[in-house]
Ligand binder design. Structure first.
Ligand SMILES: Cc1cc2nc3c(=O)[nH]c(=O)nc-3n(C[C@H](O)[C@H](O)[C@H](O)COP(=O)(O)OP(=O)(O)OC[C@H]3O[C@@H](n4cnc5c(N)ncnc54)[C@H](O)[C@@H]3O)c2cc1C
Ligand code: FES
Length: 280
């Protein structure tokens, strides 16, 4: 948790204004938010906030923008249930409640100076976008950066404008894929699982860290491919999702054996969790 989270804000939501809402896909929207007091959120890439709307409950959502960007922050939200369904009806000028930022962020100290392999699927691109923007804004701090992203279909691809900009940028090597393509959209990219993008990659396993964020079924296949390339568990970072309530290590809803996903994670090194039952 960052030092900016004072004790009362662990439990008490503060107000945020919706600055803008844009469609990412038919089922996902990007919310640009500003704290009512105008202060920065004070997060680091990989952290999440607890979003609330009176009468609709609360849910953990990853911060999708970098703290190096201006005084607003962004959340990419899939319409999944009650809170996210109500969020999708919000317009610019509306307000919502936020607690946080919470959770263990990506370990920037260990990532600095390394080549990075950033692998995500579906909504997993949201927390990685925060890290990618951070790397974009501090280019001298990191080595070569490869971005691999997989979506269900072209229509399900998130952050299309960002992906196009990263593909066009000399700073990043991007490989994108979709699981399937029915022909209703203009698409001439890769078709197949994200695991197929890893074997052709050339990287130095002694100087590379892989950061993997995606739906649970993606992890096993991606980890197996990374290990075949010689990457040890201590060089693979994951971000896990669990049902959460308090978000601050008090209620036990998010436990993975002795760990709390909300406080010990959601970011973990693979060697911290690979032997824990139910972690992956
Ligand atoms: C660390 C973290 C970061 C996350 N980041 C993001 C993010 O960036 N973007 C994002 O879109 N999501 C993110 N999520 C996921 C998000 O928190 C969940 O989708 C959350 O449940 C949405 O809340 P809700 O109230 O809208 O949905 P809920 O009402 O909780 O419903 C969510 C799903 O559970 C099902 N469900 C609800 N109640 C029941 C029940 N009683 N029995 C069976 N099924 C039920 C619903 O049908 C639905 O499929 C994150 C989760 C975590 C833990
Ligand atoms: S959500 Fe309560 S302990 Fe993690």
């Amino acid at each position: 948790m960052t030092g900016s989270t004072c004790h009362s804000s662990l439990y008490l939501p503060f107000g945020c204004e919706v600055v803008a809402v844009t469609d990412l896909t038919p089922g996902e929207k990007l919310f640009r938010l500003r704290k009512a007091d105008g202060a920065p959120l004070g997060h680091l890439p990989g952290q999440f906030v607890q979003v609330s709307l009176l009468g609709w409950g609360e849910a953990p959502i990853s911060v999708a923008s970098s703290p190096t960007r201006d005084g607003v922050f962004e959340l990419g939200v899939r319409r999944a249930g009650s809170l996210t369904g109500a969020m999708h009806l919000l317009k610019a000028g509306d307000t919502l409640g936020i607690r946080g930022p919470f959770g263990r962020p990506f370990d920037l100290r260990r990532l600095r100076g390394q080549d990075l392999l950033l692998v995500s699927g579906g909504c997993g691109l949201a927390p990685l976008r925060s890290l990618i923007q951070y790397c974009e804004d501090r280019p001298s701090e990191f080595g070569a950066i490869s971005i691999l992203y997989g979506a269900k279909s072209p229509a399900h691809t998130l952050f299309k404008e960002d992906l196009a900009a990263w593909e066009a940028s000399a700073r990043f090597a991007c490989s994108l894929t979709v699981d399937s393509f029915t022909g209703e959209e203009c698409y001439d990219g890769n078709i197949g699982l994200i695991t197929a993008l890893i074997p052709p990659l050339a990287f130095d396993p002694d100087n590379t860290i892989a950061v993997v964020v995606g739906p649970p079924p993606m992890y096993r296949g991606v980890i197996a491919e990374l290990k075949k390339k010689g990457l040890p568990s201590g060089r693979i970072v994951l971000s896990l999702e669990r049902q959460m309530r308090c978000g601050v290590g008090k209620c036990g809803h998010c436990s993975i054996e002795h760990l709390y996903c909300c406080q010990d994670g959601p970011v973990f090194w693979l060697n911290e969790i690979e032997n824990l039952r139910g972690a992956l």
